[in-house]
Design a protein. Structure first.
Length: 188
């Protein structure tokens, strides 16, 4: 928010035209999974993955679910933010809200008993969801819609938001979303 990954300038820097991306000197890498793997290999301690193969696989599956199912469901709300109020818009917002709830419900069924999404270990899966969940909630609030989080997800979110770095980044991103919501800027 506060910029667009569809600009010519961004796409000249990140050929895929996608987010997230990182730039290290003249080298650019896109895709969250690739970035996580690169950082894990470059800076191996502390690890963002479990040493247990089944738990690690579950963590990776959760990150993939975030990137391919959950985040797109949140992003689906964006086009309706600054549209004129029509019956079609109201119907589309309701459908997008229901899809987002479905994604949260499915996430709730996938997670193990905490305190973290994949059990006893904090992992990359726990880093993926907080900002996206709050973005969805903030967009829905702006659209005069509500969405109750499933109990297990709400409890996990309370725990993960006590991590200072996560709380700081989520606050920063929520501020950017709030600034965009209060602006005349539109996003595609």
């Amino acid at each position: 928010m506060g910029g667009s990954y569809q600009t010519t300038e961004y796409q000249q820097l990140v050929a895929a035209g996608s987010v997230p991306a990182i730039q290290i000197d003249d080298w650019v890498l896109h895709d969250s999974q690739a970035i996580i793997e690169y950082l894990e290999e470059q800076y191996p301690g502390p690890s963002v993955w479990s040493k247990a193969p089944q738990v690690r696989a579950q963590q990776r599956a959760l990150v993939h679910y975030h990137d391919c199912k959950f985040e797109p469901a949140v992003r689906a709300l964006v086009p309706y933010i600054k549209q004129p109020d029509t019956a079609e818009r109201v119907q589309n917002i309701a459908l997008a809200r229901d899809r987002l709830f479905d994604r949260l419900f499915r996430l709730n069924k996938m997670v193990t008993t905490g305190p973290w999404l994949s059990g006893a270990e904090l992992s990359a899966a726990d880093f993926s969801f907080p900002a996206t969940i709050y973005m969805g909630l903030d967009l829905l609030t702006h659209l005069d819609r509500e969405l109750a989080l499933p109990d297990q997800i709400a409890q996990w979110l309370d725990v993960v938001m006590k991590k200072p770095l996560i709380e700081s980044e989520v606050s920063r991103l929520r501020g950017a979303v709030a600034q965009w919501l209060g602006s005349d800027e539109t996003l595609n």
